[in-house]
Design a protein around this ligand. Sequence first.
Ligand code: NAD
Length: 313
Amino acid sequence: MKKILIVGAGGQIGSELTGYLRSIYGGSNVFAADLRHNEALAGDGPFIQMDVLDRDRYAYAVHKNGIDTIFNLVALLSATGEKNPQLAWNINMGALNNSLEIAREYNCSVFTPSSIGAFGGDFPRDNTPQDVVMQPDTMYGVCKVTGELLSNYYYTRYGVDTRSVRFPGIISNVTLPGGGTTDYAVEIYYAAVKGEKFVCPVRDVYMDMMYMPDALRAMVELMEADPKNLRHRNSFNIASMSFTPEIIYNEIRKRIPDFRMTYRIDPVKQGIAESWPNSLDDSCAREEWGWKPQWDLSSMTDDMIAAIRKKNL
Ligand code: NAD
């Protein structure tokens, strides 16, 4: 990776990935792009305001700046996508299709995250294997499975270097999540630090989660991995922790004993959560490119509370 373009850079993952990649590859080599202008990202490196569905503009940005690697982070997430499935399909697949075609034309590598939301139907919920039948119930999941297949197709048919991980719910303290089913696991920390009662929209359901520093490292390690070791490409299971709302609540209460949580179930989010894995088997990622998480629930909780306290909300 020498000249990198991140599309959807203003979101939860992109806003941190941009700084992380700039710290490794140099500020001027990492271009951030988003629909909306983003002052923070424009401050320490190149920023392009553009709609990735505008293929000519996207191709021009890649060509003009000599881009060799694209991180395609544009998507409508699971809960938001269920409110407008056609829009989710148009944005998620439109962004991927343009990214793959432009990568083919300009010889770029492409990273597009898949998700635990790609799973669905009848599959083992515990320790879900890498290769299993995937029949998701959401438009978000339909886009993710289609995206995995399409990205593999571009690799085998055209030799485009496509790579991907299936992210669990990502927990972070810089940018709030953008409408996913796992958002509660970020919001709960803000409520706890602000001294507010937390009303949780899902109950008694295990989902895989990951702290942002592990997610950032995973993307770089996979993109830097020796291709001859990759038997899979789109997309690798990766995992670091799995918990229910009650478990994260009790972990926070060890540090903030007065914190209280109640439930008001959101049937859409509860249904989505129950259709997803309880935990993933990430042994292929460990074997093929050396994936290993560094954060667990306890160390993440210490760090999240300290970081949110510093914001003086
Ligand atoms: P997000 O919703 O926070 O950010 C998406 C960004 O895309 C936003 O800044 C938005 O302005 C931008 N965008 C939307 N339409 C655009 C367009 N037409 N042109 C240019 N920019 C556009 O999403 P995120 O949480 O950062 O997720 C990034 C990727 O990671 C997505 O593919 C998502 O499915 C995947 N993922 C995220 C999580 C998670 O927990 N955050 C988990 C699994 C997978």
